[in-house]
Design a protein around this ligand. Structure first.
Ligand code: DX5
Ligand code: ZN
Length: 222
């Protein structure tokens, strides 16, 4: 199980320290939520912020572009050190081309689906993508409750995607909801508020991992 803390919930006055602590605490990757004030209301980090933190960590950097015009940002975040760039199906006019452009940079690409977006869009991109990111909440902020209807979407994706495909759930992940998501076939989890509201990151990451550790056998429902 892959645990990806979201820097959106980190202390903004000490992002570097937070990053180092997360790596020591056993995080598997770092999730950067990039918001442009248009696709979602909030504005968060630009590529300079991600670049400034790149040298502080060896962890995989996942850049989740919640922006209206992702094509304009891909190269910037690649140069900033992103290992995975994730774009939203809802905003890409030429989704297949956008995903291909990310891959052509030699990094991984992810396809994000909002709660109301159906899985059909994945079918003809499945051969290019490295990850599907299922939004467990509507994008825009941390600390929201997991939308239970997304469990059905996770199962449906797991049925059609190769077992090796990363199905990353973003939003509303707690020690409880992670279990349900894993049971439905997810193998990778973003967590913001749940991790950062705890003072001991090692404990909370271990607890998240433990919550789904015994479910591996039933990870891929038929
Ligand atoms: C929401 C972001 C999430 C957010 C998750 O738009 O994409 O990554 O940080 O936060 P929690 O885990 O608090 O729901
Ligand atoms: Zn995110």
């Amino acid at each position: 199980m892959f645990i990806c803390p979201s820097m959106l919930s980190a202390n903004p006055t000490k992002l570097g320290d937070e990053l180092v602590s997360l790596e020591k605490a056993g995080a598997d990757s770092i999730h950067w939520d990039i918001m442009d004030g248009t696709f979602v209301d909030a504005i968060t980090f630009g590529h300079h912020v991600v670049a400034a933190h790149r040298k502080l960590s060896h962890l995989r950097f996942d850049v989740h572009l919640m922006v209206e015009n992702p094509d304009k940002q891909i190269e910037n975040f690649f140069r900033a050190g992103a290992d995975v760039v994730i774009v939203h199906a809802e905003v890409c006019k030429h989704l297949h081309r956008t995903l291909g452009n990310i891959k052509s940079l030699g990094i991984k690409c992810g396809l994000a689906l909002n709660p109301a977006t159906t899985i059909e869009v994945v079918e003809y991109c499945a051969d290019i993508i490295d990850m599907v990111l299922v939004m467990g909440v509507n994008p825009g902020s941390s600390g929201q409750n997991f939308i239970k209807s997304q469990l059905k979407k996770i199962s449906a994706l797991r049925r059609v995607l190769p077992l090796s495909m990363e199905i990353n759930i973003d939003g509303g992940i707690t020690a409880e909801t992670i279990k349900a998501c894993a049971l439905h076939g997810a193998n990778s989890f973003v967590s913001g508020s749940h991790i950062f509201k705890n003072s001991n990151y090692s404990n909370v990451i271990r607890e998240l991992r433990y919550s789904c550790s015994n479910l591996a056998q039933i990870n891929c429902p038929k």
